[in-house]
Design a binder for this molecule. Structure first.
Ligand code: SLL
Length: 218
């Protein structure tokens, strides 16, 4: 199998990444200010295997952690820790060396607290596990023949038509999301038109007053 690129071929692989977090029972860790236990992970959609093309994942934690670079070389590509605060972490995906692909870095805001819609921390739900996950797609443009044949040997089911309780990501969810964005864009456009008209009217009024003032001065 060669390192030649497959002209005109694009392979898309769905992934899901993010974290779960639970509140630690108080005094669980003596002499520690840690309040939460969390697990951050990168997986295939519906737990499809990604280890045939992902060689390792490096999670880079906040510098308050000892050895903040954590390398996970086997699936599941996940890391469990305890801590007291939220921070932005990076996950560097390195692909099997024969693939000739450069690493890909993903960003995730580690979430420990349940938030209300207005951004305040919800006290009512504070004992419930918190989840914060994101769907994304890795796109391989003109992969090597080697990588292409790996993908052919491990087909992905792709996005299912509809969401289920265990998998919120689907073609339907994508369509709904696009519609929401379109509706929001339309609303913003409408507001913009209203404000533009108001501005025009006020500018005209201002000009009238200025004209009046000039007349009185003369
Ligand atoms: C904050 N900007 O101030 C954030 C930083 C860092 C969280 C949060 C360390 C645990 C340990 C830990 O939880 N760091 O020391 O082992 O909220």
């Amino acid at each position: 199998m060669s390192n030649k690129r497959t002209k005109g071929v694009t392979v898309v692989r769905p992934i899901v990444y993010g974290n779960v977090a639970t509140l630690l029972p108080q005094k669980k860790i003596p002499d520690s200010d840690h309040t939460h236990k969390w697990t951050v992970s990168v997986r295939g959609l519906n737990n499809e295997d990604i280890s045939f093309f992902v060689k390792k994942v490096t999670f880079k934690l906040h510098e308050t952690y000892a050895n903040p670079q954590r390398v996970i070389e086997h699936p599941p590509f996940e890391l469990t820790e305890t801590g007291w605060g939220e921070f932005k972490l990076t996950m560097k995906l390195q692909f099997v060396p024969e693939s000739g692909e450069k690493p890909v870095t993903l960003y995730h805001n580690l979430r420990l607290h349940p938030y209300e819609e207005d951004g305040s921390i919800s006290t009512a739900n504070k004992n419930k596990p918190v989840q914060s996950f994101q769907y994304d797609e890795l796109v391989f443009t003109e992969p090597t023949e080697y990588l292409h044949s790996l993908f052919l040997q491990h087909p992905s089911a792709g996005l299912p038509p509809r969401s289920t309780p265990t998998n919120p990501y689907s073609v339907q969810a994508e369509v709904d999301e696009i519609r929401k964005i379109e509706e929001a864009t339309k609303k913003v456009q409408e507001q913009l038109t209203i404000y533009k008209n108001k501005l025009e009217k006020t500018t005209k009024e201002l000009d009238d007053v200025k004209g009046e003032l000039e007349r009185i001065k003369k």
